[in-house]
Design a protein around this ligand. Structure first.
Ligand code: SF4
Ligand code: SF4
Length: 170
């Protein structure tokens, strides 16, 4: 699927992970639900897709996840099971959200390697599918201990993590 991909060397190809895991405010689409406009070939309303779909690009599509500069299909979200998103100016500095598409994919395989690398320097919110239909996605925080503590404190005080884990918003 092509999202806001015109400026990128990589192509979404058959991946549609963001159309499932992310919310789309304009459509009232919740996280971890297939978009009603998904079809076998991608997006049924591609020319008229909402602005948030047009502007979204995951970190793989942006070319930020790579091994030796190659276009590494192993890390495409539908293949590795995790989609990484980037927030350049969260309350905790540069931060990431790792959206699990395949249960457990953030703790094994190439996505786990990327997560371990990112969490050495950045706060990462790992989001997983709700345990029950209609429930809230599960989240856990990983990263440098002082950032994890700050983010946990912010959540406890009701301030949220300030790291986007909602949808196709920029
Ligand atoms: S998750 Fe990334 S690669 Fe997959 S469709 Fe969305 S933007 Fe494209
Ligand atoms: S409307 Fe947006 S989320 Fe839905 S299928 Fe099209 S690109 Fe994906």
């Amino acid at each position: 699927m092509e999202m806001g991909a015109a400026a990128f060397l990589r192509e979404c190809g058959p991946c549609t992970v963001c159309c499932t895991v992310l919310g789309v405010p304009e459509l009232g689409k919740a996280t971890y639900r297939d978009c009603e406009h998904l079809c076998g070939t991608g997006c049924k309303i591609y020319p008229d897709r909402p602005a948030s779909c047009r502007t979204f690009a995951c970190q793989w599509l942006r070319g930020m996840l790579e091994v030796d500069g190659s276009i590494d299909l192993e890390l495409r979200p539908d293949v590795c099971g995790v989609m990484f998103d980037y927030q350049p100016d969260s309350a905790f500095g540069e931060a990431f959200t790792a959206w699990e598409y395949e249960p457990g994919a953030s703790i094994r395989g190439p996505a786990a390697d990327i997560l371990a690398e990112l969490s050495e320097r950045f706060l990462v919110v790992v989001v997983s599918a709700p345990a029950t239909e209609g429930g809230q996605p599960a989240t856990r925080l990983v990263g440098p201990p002082h950032l994890v503590q700050q983010a946990a404190d912010a959540r406890w005080s009701g301030g949220g993590s300030s790291v986007d884990a909602s949808g196709k918003t920029r």
